[in-house]
Design a protein around this ligand. Structure first.
Ligand code: AMP
Length: 127
């Protein structure tokens, strides 16, 4: 199901449950602000998700409502994860879906990190 713009936070969404340790994940990084784990359905040789430790649906929500320390800590963590994954030399892509047009599926802010091969054009073009 696609997350609609303005949807309220659902504390039982799958990433909230991963943060609480209720369902398993394959972690790659954790600190006080962020948690990173492998995507269950990878779309590149490296496909990792970074999520903030807090109840935020999307970047639209996080950028307005999260405290400054969490916002800074989260974005630092995204960069740190990419470094730790060894992606800096060959390059990588980050992506965050938000709301209806993006087809966001999980209603907890997450940044995708893709790498490990040339990633092609940024977006599919309309036929
Ligand atoms: P999005 O469309 O941006 O909301 O992306 C959601 C992502 O979460 C997809 O790439 C899914 O493959 C991934 N995903 C869903 N459930 C899990 C899970 N249990 N563990 C890891 N990744 C997941």
């Amino acid at each position: 199901m696609t997350v609609k713009n303005g949807t309220p936070y659902d504390s039982n969404n799958i990433f909230a449950r991963i943060l609480r340790g209720e369902i398993p994940s394959k972690p790659v990084f954790e600190n006080e602000h962020a948690f990173a784990f492998h995507d269950i359905n990878p779309q590149a040789p490296v496909h990792v998700l970074v999520i903030p430790k807090g109840a935020y649906v999307s970047l639209a929500d996080f950028s307005v409502n999260a405290p400054d320390a969490l916002q800074a800590g989260f974005w630092r963590a995204v960069g740190e994860v990419a470094r730790q994954l060894g992606l800096e030399e060959d390059g990588y892509r980050i992506l965050a879906n938000a709301g209806t047009n993006s087809h966001q599926e999980v209603p907890h802010l997450h940044v995708h990190i893709f790498g490990g091969k040339p990633l092609g054009p940024m977006l599919l073009r309309d036929a």
